[in-house]
Design a protein around this ligand. Structure first.
Ligand SMILES: NC(=O)C1=CN([C@@H]2O[C@H](COP(=O)(O)OP(=O)(O)OC[C@H]3O[C@@H](n4cnc5c(N)ncnc54)[C@H](O)[C@@H]3O)[C@@H](O)[C@H]2O)C=CC1
Ligand SMILES: [Mg+2]
Length: 352
Protein backbone atom coordinates (compact mmCIF):
# COMPACT_ATOMS: atom_id res chain seq x y z
CA UNK A 1 0.00 0.00 0.00
CA UNK A 2 1.58 3.38 -1.07
CA UNK A 3 2.30 5.98 1.62
CA UNK A 4 -0.54 8.20 0.32
CA UNK A 5 -2.95 5.32 0.25
CA UNK A 6 -1.90 4.46 3.80
CA UNK A 7 -2.60 8.04 4.96
CA UNK A 8 -5.94 8.04 3.11
CA UNK A 9 -6.82 4.78 4.80
CA UNK A 10 -5.95 6.19 8.22
CA UNK A 11 -7.95 9.37 7.52
CA UNK A 12 -10.87 7.26 6.39
CA UNK A 13 -10.64 5.40 9.68
CA UNK A 14 -10.47 8.69 11.62
CA UNK A 15 -13.47 10.01 9.66
CA UNK A 16 -15.79 7.79 11.61
CA UNK A 17 -15.54 4.44 9.89
CA UNK A 18 -13.85 3.15 13.02
CA UNK A 19 -15.96 0.76 15.07
CA UNK A 20 -18.27 2.74 17.33
CA UNK A 21 -18.30 1.64 20.97
CA UNK A 22 -21.24 -0.38 22.30
CA UNK A 23 -22.27 2.60 24.43
CA UNK A 24 -22.36 4.90 21.40
CA UNK A 25 -24.39 2.49 19.25
CA UNK A 26 -26.82 1.97 22.16
CA UNK A 27 -27.24 5.73 22.67
CA UNK A 28 -27.79 6.27 18.94
CA UNK A 29 -30.26 3.38 18.76
CA UNK A 30 -32.36 4.83 21.63
CA UNK A 31 -32.23 8.26 20.00
CA UNK A 32 -33.58 6.76 16.77
CA UNK A 33 -36.45 5.05 18.63
CA UNK A 34 -37.40 8.36 20.28
CA UNK A 35 -37.38 10.19 16.93
CA UNK A 36 -38.94 7.51 14.70
CA UNK A 37 -42.35 6.07 15.69
CA UNK A 38 -42.09 3.33 13.06
CA UNK A 39 -38.71 2.16 14.39
CA UNK A 40 -40.03 2.27 17.95
CA UNK A 41 -43.14 0.28 17.09
CA UNK A 42 -40.93 -2.31 15.39
CA UNK A 43 -38.68 -2.43 18.48
CA UNK A 44 -41.72 -3.29 20.61
CA UNK A 45 -42.09 -6.56 18.64
CA UNK A 46 -38.85 -7.99 20.08
CA UNK A 47 -38.85 -5.74 23.15
CA UNK A 48 -39.42 -6.45 26.84
CA UNK A 49 -42.03 -4.81 29.06
CA UNK A 50 -41.84 -3.88 32.76
CA UNK A 51 -45.32 -3.75 34.23
CA UNK A 52 -46.66 -1.23 36.76
CA UNK A 53 -50.02 -0.71 38.44
CA UNK A 54 -50.74 2.89 39.55
CA UNK A 55 -46.98 3.62 39.48
CA UNK A 56 -46.08 0.57 41.59
CA UNK A 57 -43.76 -1.88 39.72
CA UNK A 58 -44.48 -5.62 39.49
CA UNK A 59 -41.83 -7.41 41.59
CA UNK A 60 -41.16 -11.01 42.55
CA UNK A 61 -39.46 -11.93 45.83
CA UNK A 62 -36.31 -14.08 45.88
CA UNK A 63 -34.76 -14.45 49.38
CA UNK A 64 -33.93 -10.91 50.54
CA UNK A 65 -34.04 -9.29 47.11
CA UNK A 66 -36.70 -8.29 44.64
CA UNK A 67 -36.56 -9.54 41.06
CA UNK A 68 -38.06 -7.39 38.35
CA UNK A 69 -39.80 -9.59 35.74
CA UNK A 70 -39.97 -8.49 32.10
CA UNK A 71 -42.62 -9.64 29.62
CA UNK A 72 -42.65 -10.01 25.83
CA UNK A 73 -45.12 -8.14 23.65
CA UNK A 74 -47.00 -11.38 23.08
CA UNK A 75 -47.29 -12.02 26.85
CA UNK A 76 -48.55 -8.48 27.45
CA UNK A 77 -51.08 -8.77 24.60
CA UNK A 78 -52.43 -12.08 25.94
CA UNK A 79 -52.64 -10.59 29.47
CA UNK A 80 -54.63 -7.61 28.15
CA UNK A 81 -56.85 -9.97 26.18
CA UNK A 82 -57.41 -12.17 29.26
CA UNK A 83 -58.69 -9.14 31.16
CA UNK A 84 -60.86 -7.89 28.29
CA UNK A 85 -58.63 -5.02 27.21
CA UNK A 86 -57.67 -4.26 23.62
CA UNK A 87 -54.00 -4.48 22.65
CA UNK A 88 -54.08 -0.78 21.80
CA UNK A 89 -53.39 -0.15 25.48
CA UNK A 90 -49.78 -1.03 24.67
CA UNK A 91 -49.52 2.42 23.10
CA UNK A 92 -49.55 3.77 26.69
CA UNK A 93 -46.10 2.21 27.12
CA UNK A 94 -42.91 4.29 27.35
CA UNK A 95 -39.36 3.49 26.24
CA UNK A 96 -36.99 3.30 29.21
CA UNK A 97 -33.80 1.79 27.78
CA UNK A 98 -32.35 -1.15 25.89
CA UNK A 99 -29.83 -3.96 26.28
CA UNK A 100 -26.38 -3.93 24.66
CA UNK A 101 -27.89 -6.22 22.02
CA UNK A 102 -30.53 -3.51 21.34
CA UNK A 103 -33.46 -5.31 22.96
CA UNK A 104 -35.69 -2.29 23.71
CA UNK A 105 -37.24 -2.03 27.19
CA UNK A 106 -40.65 -0.47 27.80
CA UNK A 107 -42.80 0.26 30.86
CA UNK A 108 -46.58 -0.05 30.86
CA UNK A 109 -48.94 0.91 33.69
CA UNK A 110 -52.02 -1.30 33.91
CA UNK A 111 -53.66 0.79 36.61
CA UNK A 112 -53.50 4.38 35.35
CA UNK A 113 -56.27 5.60 33.07
CA UNK A 114 -55.46 4.78 29.49
CA UNK A 115 -55.61 7.43 26.82
CA UNK A 116 -55.95 4.68 24.21
CA UNK A 117 -58.54 2.31 25.53
CA UNK A 118 -61.81 3.24 27.14
CA UNK A 119 -61.46 0.48 29.71
CA UNK A 120 -60.49 1.36 33.25
CA UNK A 121 -57.55 -0.21 35.01
CA UNK A 122 -56.90 -3.95 35.16
CA UNK A 123 -57.85 -5.63 38.47
CA UNK A 124 -54.62 -5.43 40.52
CA UNK A 125 -54.86 -8.58 42.65
CA UNK A 126 -56.01 -10.80 39.76
CA UNK A 127 -53.12 -9.56 37.63
CA UNK A 128 -50.72 -10.26 40.52
CA UNK A 129 -52.02 -13.82 40.78
CA UNK A 130 -51.78 -14.29 37.01
CA UNK A 131 -48.18 -12.98 36.90
CA UNK A 132 -47.07 -14.50 40.24
CA UNK A 133 -45.79 -11.21 41.56
CA UNK A 134 -46.86 -8.12 43.52
CA UNK A 135 -47.14 -4.46 42.59
CA UNK A 136 -45.01 -2.85 45.32
CA UNK A 137 -44.63 0.85 46.09
CA UNK A 138 -41.24 1.81 44.62
CA UNK A 139 -40.20 3.91 47.64
CA UNK A 140 -40.58 0.81 49.83
CA UNK A 141 -38.92 -1.54 47.34
CA UNK A 142 -35.72 0.48 46.78
CA UNK A 143 -33.99 -1.11 49.77
CA UNK A 144 -34.17 -4.55 48.12
CA UNK A 145 -33.42 -3.64 44.49
CA UNK A 146 -30.02 -3.63 42.77
CA UNK A 147 -28.84 -0.30 41.38
CA UNK A 148 -29.51 -1.14 37.72
CA UNK A 149 -33.09 -2.23 38.40
CA UNK A 150 -33.77 0.74 40.67
CA UNK A 151 -32.42 3.21 38.10
CA UNK A 152 -34.62 1.71 35.34
CA UNK A 153 -37.68 1.65 37.61
CA UNK A 154 -36.99 5.26 38.72
CA UNK A 155 -37.00 6.33 35.07
CA UNK A 156 -40.09 4.27 34.26
CA UNK A 157 -42.12 5.56 37.20
CA UNK A 158 -41.11 9.18 36.52
CA UNK A 159 -42.06 8.91 32.82
CA UNK A 160 -45.34 7.10 33.47
CA UNK A 161 -46.25 9.68 36.14
CA UNK A 162 -45.36 12.55 33.79
CA UNK A 163 -47.60 11.23 30.99
CA UNK A 164 -50.45 10.63 33.43
CA UNK A 165 -50.21 14.25 34.58
CA UNK A 166 -49.81 15.88 31.17
CA UNK A 167 -52.76 14.56 29.17
CA UNK A 168 -53.86 18.07 28.09
CA UNK A 169 -52.23 21.08 26.47
CA UNK A 170 -51.80 23.86 29.04
CA UNK A 171 -52.47 26.44 26.28
CA UNK A 172 -55.38 25.03 24.26
CA UNK A 173 -56.82 22.55 26.77
CA UNK A 174 -56.93 19.96 23.98
CA UNK A 175 -55.82 16.36 24.66
CA UNK A 176 -52.11 15.91 23.85
CA UNK A 177 -50.71 12.88 22.05
CA UNK A 178 -47.58 10.96 23.07
CA UNK A 179 -45.14 9.57 20.54
CA UNK A 180 -44.58 5.80 20.58
CA UNK A 181 -41.45 6.06 22.75
CA UNK A 182 -43.15 8.45 25.18
CA UNK A 183 -40.25 10.92 24.96
CA UNK A 184 -42.66 13.80 24.24
CA UNK A 185 -46.30 14.82 23.90
CA UNK A 186 -47.69 17.11 21.19
CA UNK A 187 -50.82 19.24 21.09
CA UNK A 188 -52.42 18.56 17.68
CA UNK A 189 -54.17 21.96 17.67
CA UNK A 190 -51.12 24.22 18.08
CA UNK A 191 -48.20 21.76 17.68
CA UNK A 192 -46.71 22.71 21.06
CA UNK A 193 -44.30 19.93 22.10
CA UNK A 194 -44.12 18.98 25.79
CA UNK A 195 -41.03 17.18 27.06
CA UNK A 196 -40.85 15.31 30.41
CA UNK A 197 -39.34 17.65 33.02
CA UNK A 198 -37.14 17.06 36.06
CA UNK A 199 -36.93 19.73 38.75
CA UNK A 200 -33.30 20.64 39.59
CA UNK A 201 -32.57 20.27 43.31
CA UNK A 202 -29.31 21.19 45.02
CA UNK A 203 -28.19 18.98 47.90
CA UNK A 204 -25.29 20.13 50.03
CA UNK A 205 -23.19 18.63 52.78
CA UNK A 206 -21.98 21.63 54.76
CA UNK A 207 -18.79 21.22 56.79
CA UNK A 208 -16.89 23.52 59.14
CA UNK A 209 -13.71 21.52 58.64
CA UNK A 210 -14.18 19.01 61.46
CA UNK A 211 -17.97 18.53 61.61
CA UNK A 212 -20.74 18.16 59.05
CA UNK A 213 -24.23 19.61 59.18
CA UNK A 214 -27.26 17.36 58.85
CA UNK A 215 -30.95 18.21 59.13
CA UNK A 216 -34.33 16.55 59.19
CA UNK A 217 -37.85 17.39 58.09
CA UNK A 218 -40.89 16.09 59.97
CA UNK A 219 -41.71 14.00 56.87
CA UNK A 220 -38.42 12.03 57.18
CA UNK A 221 -38.41 8.51 58.70
CA UNK A 222 -38.06 8.61 62.52
CA UNK A 223 -34.52 9.56 63.51
CA UNK A 224 -33.20 10.11 59.98
CA UNK A 225 -31.00 13.12 59.23
CA UNK A 226 -29.84 14.11 55.75
CA UNK A 227 -27.90 16.77 53.85
CA UNK A 228 -29.60 20.10 53.15
CA UNK A 229 -31.64 20.05 49.93
CA UNK A 230 -33.74 22.50 48.01
CA UNK A 231 -35.33 23.13 44.62
CA UNK A 232 -33.57 25.65 42.39
CA UNK A 233 -35.58 28.80 41.83
CA UNK A 234 -36.06 29.77 38.21
CA UNK A 235 -33.07 31.70 36.92
CA UNK A 236 -30.68 30.42 39.60
CA UNK A 237 -27.48 28.51 38.89
CA UNK A 238 -26.30 25.71 41.21
CA UNK A 239 -24.00 27.91 43.28
CA UNK A 240 -26.68 30.54 43.89
CA UNK A 241 -29.22 27.86 44.86
CA UNK A 242 -26.77 26.28 47.35
CA UNK A 243 -25.99 29.62 48.97
CA UNK A 244 -29.67 30.55 49.19
CA UNK A 245 -30.88 27.16 50.51
CA UNK A 246 -28.19 27.00 53.25
CA UNK A 247 -28.94 30.56 54.28
CA UNK A 248 -32.72 29.91 54.23
CA UNK A 249 -32.66 26.60 56.08
CA UNK A 250 -29.93 27.01 58.73
CA UNK A 251 -28.94 30.70 58.60
CA UNK A 252 -25.31 30.10 57.54
CA UNK A 253 -23.22 31.53 54.72
CA UNK A 254 -21.41 29.14 52.41
CA UNK A 255 -17.79 30.03 51.64
CA UNK A 256 -16.59 27.39 49.16
CA UNK A 257 -18.39 24.63 47.32
CA UNK A 258 -17.31 21.68 45.18
CA UNK A 259 -19.55 19.66 42.85
CA UNK A 260 -19.69 15.92 43.70
CA UNK A 261 -22.27 14.07 41.56
CA UNK A 262 -25.89 14.11 40.41
CA UNK A 263 -28.78 11.70 40.68
CA UNK A 264 -32.30 11.30 39.28
CA UNK A 265 -34.64 11.05 42.29
CA UNK A 266 -38.31 10.28 41.48
CA UNK A 267 -39.80 10.91 44.93
CA UNK A 268 -42.31 12.57 45.20
CA UNK A 269 -41.80 13.85 41.62
CA UNK A 270 -38.86 13.76 39.25
CA UNK A 271 -35.92 15.71 40.68
CA UNK A 272 -32.41 16.04 39.32
CA UNK A 273 -30.30 16.06 42.49
CA UNK A 274 -27.12 18.13 42.05
CA UNK A 275 -24.87 17.22 44.97
CA UNK A 276 -21.97 19.22 46.32
CA UNK A 277 -19.79 19.77 49.37
CA UNK A 278 -19.66 23.23 50.91
CA UNK A 279 -17.75 24.90 53.74
CA UNK A 280 -18.78 27.74 55.99
CA UNK A 281 -16.48 30.42 57.30
CA UNK A 282 -14.65 29.15 60.44
CA UNK A 283 -16.16 30.75 63.51
CA UNK A 284 -19.44 31.43 61.70
CA UNK A 285 -21.07 28.11 62.55
CA UNK A 286 -23.98 28.98 64.80
CA UNK A 287 -27.03 27.25 63.28
CA UNK A 288 -30.36 29.08 63.27
CA UNK A 289 -32.91 26.53 62.04
CA UNK A 290 -35.79 27.72 59.85
CA UNK A 291 -38.57 25.77 61.55
CA UNK A 292 -40.90 26.44 58.59
CA UNK A 293 -38.67 24.14 56.55
CA UNK A 294 -36.85 21.88 59.00
CA UNK A 295 -37.67 20.03 62.20
CA UNK A 296 -34.05 20.07 63.39
CA UNK A 297 -30.45 20.62 62.23
CA UNK A 298 -27.16 19.99 64.00
CA UNK A 299 -23.41 19.60 63.59
CA UNK A 300 -22.22 15.97 63.73
CA UNK A 301 -18.67 14.88 64.57
CA UNK A 302 -16.55 12.54 62.45
CA UNK A 303 -16.91 9.77 65.08
CA UNK A 304 -20.70 10.06 65.21
CA UNK A 305 -20.99 9.87 61.42
CA UNK A 306 -18.40 7.08 61.02
CA UNK A 307 -20.25 5.03 63.66
CA UNK A 308 -23.61 5.62 61.95
CA UNK A 309 -22.13 4.55 58.61
CA UNK A 310 -20.94 1.29 60.14
CA UNK A 311 -24.50 0.42 61.32
CA UNK A 312 -25.57 -2.82 59.73
CA UNK A 313 -29.05 -4.26 59.21
CA UNK A 314 -32.10 -3.10 57.36
CA UNK A 315 -33.55 0.33 57.81
CA UNK A 316 -36.35 -0.93 59.99
CA UNK A 317 -33.93 -2.84 62.24
CA UNK A 318 -31.79 0.26 62.62
CA UNK A 319 -34.87 2.36 63.42
CA UNK A 320 -35.92 -0.05 66.14
CA UNK A 321 -32.53 -0.01 67.80
CA UNK A 322 -32.02 2.84 70.25
CA UNK A 323 -29.62 4.69 67.98
CA UNK A 324 -29.46 8.51 68.22
CA UNK A 325 -29.86 9.08 64.50
CA UNK A 326 -29.99 7.35 61.13
CA UNK A 327 -28.38 8.28 57.82
CA UNK A 328 -30.13 8.27 54.41
CA UNK A 329 -30.20 4.91 52.55
CA UNK A 330 -27.13 3.99 50.46
CA UNK A 331 -29.09 4.60 47.25
CA UNK A 332 -29.66 8.26 48.10
CA UNK A 333 -27.00 10.70 46.93
CA UNK A 334 -27.09 12.25 50.41
CA UNK A 335 -25.49 9.02 51.68
CA UNK A 336 -22.77 9.30 49.02
CA UNK A 337 -21.96 12.88 50.12
CA UNK A 338 -21.67 11.76 53.75
CA UNK A 339 -19.47 8.79 52.76
CA UNK A 340 -17.20 11.10 50.74
CA UNK A 341 -16.90 13.53 53.67
CA UNK A 342 -15.86 10.73 56.08
CA UNK A 343 -13.29 9.43 53.57
CA UNK A 344 -11.89 12.95 53.12
CA UNK A 345 -11.70 13.44 56.91
CA UNK A 346 -10.03 10.02 57.30
CA UNK A 347 -7.36 10.88 54.69
CA UNK A 348 -6.80 14.30 56.25
CA UNK A 349 -6.12 12.69 59.64
CA UNK A 350 -3.49 10.25 58.24
CA UNK A 351 0.16 11.22 58.85
CA UNK A 352 1.64 12.93 55.74
N1 LIG B 1 -31.82 11.69 46.93
C1 LIG B 1 -31.48 12.27 48.05
O1 LIG B 1 -30.42 11.98 48.65
C2 LIG B 1 -32.38 13.32 48.65
C3 LIG B 1 -33.44 13.81 47.91
N2 LIG B 1 -34.22 14.83 48.43
C4 LIG B 1 -35.30 15.35 47.57
O2 LIG B 1 -35.02 16.71 47.30
C5 LIG B 1 -36.26 17.39 47.07
C6 LIG B 1 -36.18 18.79 47.61
O3 LIG B 1 -35.98 18.71 49.00
P1 LIG B 1 -36.76 19.75 49.95
O4 LIG B 1 -35.89 20.01 51.13
O5 LIG B 1 -38.13 19.24 50.17
O6 LIG B 1 -36.88 21.06 49.03
P2 LIG B 1 -37.01 22.59 49.53
O7 LIG B 1 -36.05 22.86 50.65
O8 LIG B 1 -36.96 23.43 48.31
O9 LIG B 1 -38.48 22.66 50.17
C7 LIG B 1 -39.60 22.16 49.47
C8 LIG B 1 -40.45 23.36 49.11
O10 LIG B 1 -39.90 23.97 47.95
C9 LIG B 1 -40.98 24.59 47.17
N3 LIG B 1 -40.73 24.21 45.79
C10 LIG B 1 -40.06 24.98 44.92
N4 LIG B 1 -39.99 24.41 43.72
C11 LIG B 1 -40.58 23.22 43.82
C12 LIG B 1 -40.80 22.13 42.89
N5 LIG B 1 -40.36 22.19 41.62
N6 LIG B 1 -41.44 21.04 43.33
C13 LIG B 1 -41.85 20.98 44.63
N7 LIG B 1 -41.69 21.96 45.55
C14 LIG B 1 -41.05 23.08 45.14
C15 LIG B 1 -42.28 24.07 47.76
O11 LIG B 1 -42.82 25.11 48.53
C16 LIG B 1 -41.84 22.96 48.69
O12 LIG B 1 -42.65 22.89 49.85
C17 LIG B 1 -37.35 16.54 47.69
O13 LIG B 1 -38.21 16.12 46.64
C18 LIG B 1 -36.63 15.34 48.28
O14 LIG B 1 -37.32 14.14 47.95
C19 LIG B 1 -33.97 15.39 49.66
C20 LIG B 1 -32.91 14.92 50.42
C21 LIG B 1 -32.08 13.80 50.00
MG1 LIG C 1 -34.93 21.70 51.82
Amino acid sequence: MSLYCGIAYRRKISQGYRLLSTYVTKARYLFELKEDDGACKKAQQAGAFYLFHSLAPLLQTAEHRYLVPRFSLLEVESLLHKFGQDAQRIEDSVLIGCSEQHEAWFALDLGLNSSFSTHASLPKSEVETELQGSFIELRKAIFQLNSMDSSLLFTAQALLRWHDGHQFCSKSGQPTRKNIAGSKRVCPSNNIIYYPQMAPVVITLVSDGTRCLLARQSSFPKGMYSALAGFCDIGENMEEAVRREVAEEVGLEVENMQFSASQHWPFPNSSLMIACHATVKPGQTEIQVNLRELEAAAWFSYDEIATALRKKGTYIQQQNEAFPFLLPPKLAIAHQLIQEWVEKQTCASLPA
